[in-house]
Design a protein around this ligand. Structure first.
Ligand code: SF4
Ligand code: SF4
Length: 377
């Protein structure tokens, strides 16, 4: 197992995420605890010392299952991460009950790592609002030793992350973002990594395989990679990409079966960053994969002043691209929930004024109608 230095700790470069544990009867809230326990045992034996859970994973049962499983190991033999569930605004005034409950569910007296969960457009105001005092409460827990290291996870845009960092950056010890070779440009991940570097905050990675999308590729795409490293398995490319980014300290993978876990652990026996040719090939491939589905908006903003509905067309198209590429998911609906109703795709009246000036000749009105339909499905 590769280890990374984080302050005075040695963290396994691969962490076990407990959001996609094996389940029974395809019911997300019924964790197959026997199999999960075997997976944790194998991970422990293989040197994985970081385990990541959250209030909302598996309908609230991830914390309970991980608590029961990890209670069989000495407390100092693993690092446990948990998060404040601010992705749900109704939790904002409940931190004083949620945090102690989390310690109880996980059967621990302290968390090694604790995060503001999912800082995004929808909750940034509340997270920064002194009325709720989330930061103040968590800082106090840290002073008292119930939190060893404080950080945040972010699914929001670069600008949202910047706002959060401007407020609390000097107190944040790590940041978890969605990072993989596909999102390097597509989701602005490169700029987010650079922003974190400005604050000297190490990167924790979530979605290294983009929900499994990068675990298997189309035959012609896979062939390009295999020509360069015939022995490397396709999922390993996603991990090798991350091993090439110096500020990446922790890579979390939500593994649902023993086979995935074993495969990932094999990959992390060796640090094998990509060389320049491999990196260029991989990023070109990512570009091709995105272009197959995404609209080629360059965010030039020529169209914006022509829209009688004053829609932020490039921003909406970026969300549309994400939504189409992911075939649904929560990111676009979450970002749209922070936008007034009359600025969402459904407000487009199909006048076509924008299309007349778009240098990319994007059929914007069709995209808005399709987006609206997809959101209402
Ligand atoms: S078609 Fe829709 S997005 Fe384009 S200018 Fe008209 S209202 Fe705005
Ligand atoms: S004019 Fe076309 S390319 Fe430019 S921002 Fe608008 S939709 Fe995107």
């Amino acid at each position: 197992m590769i280890y990374k230095n984080f302050q005075d700790l040695k963290l396994s470069a691969l962490g076990m995420g407990a959001m996609r544990l094996p389940v029974l009867n395809q019911d997300d809230s019924s964790i197959d605890e026997e199999t999960a326990a075997k997976m944790v045992a194998y991970a422990m034996e293989s040197g994985v010392n970081y385990y990541d859970t959250a209030w909302g994973y598996h309908g609230g049962n991830s914390e309970l299952a991980m608590g029961r499983i990890l209670s069989g190991y000495p407390r100092e033999s693993f690092y446990l991460a948990d998060k404040f569930p601010g992705y749900d605004l109704s939790n904002m005034d409940k931190i004083e009950t949620i945090f102690p409950e989390q310690l109880k569910k996980c059967q621990v007296t302290y968390f090694d790592f604790y995060l503001f969960h999912n800082v995004c457009e929808m909750n940034i105001d509340a997270y920064l609002d002194k009325k709720y005092g989330i930061f103040e409460y968590l800082s106090q827990r840290k002073k008292e030793g119930q939190i060893r290291h404080l950080g945040f996870s972010a699914h929001g845009s670069y600008d949202v992350m910047k706002r959060f960092l401007e407020a609390y950056g000097e107190h944040m010890e790590f940041c978890q973002i969605q990072l993989n070779y596909l999102d390097w440009d597509f989701q602005d991940a490169k700029r987010k990594v650079e922003l974190l570097q400005e604050y000297q905050i190490p990167v924790w990675v979530m979605e290294p395989l983009r929900g499994g999308k990068l675990a298997s590729l189309k035959e012609e795409d896979a062939a390009q990679l295999q020509a360069l490293r015939p022995e490397e398995k396709i999922p390993a490319w996603a991990f090798r990409f991350l091993q090439s980014i110096p500020s990446v300290t922790m890579i979390l993978s939500g593994m649902s079966n023993e086979e995935q876990l074993k495969e990932n652990i094999r990959t992390f026996q060796e640090d094998k960053p990509l060389n320049q040719e491999e990196m260029d090939t991989l990023l070109n491939l990512a570009d091709t994969m995105v272009k197959r589905i995404a609209l080629p908006c360059t965010a030039c903003r020529y169209c914006v002043s022509h829209c009688p509905q004053h829609l932020d067309i490039p921003d909406l198209l970026a969300l549309y691209n994400e939504h189409c590429f992911t075939e649904g998911g929560f990111l676009a609906p979450m970002a749209l929930s922070a936008i007034p109703e009359d600025k969402r795709p459904g407000a487009c009246i199909g006048c076509g004024s924008c299309e007349a000036v778009c240098p990319q000749q994007i059929k914007i009105s069709e995209a808005m109608a399709d987006f609206n339909e997809k959101l209402n499905q």
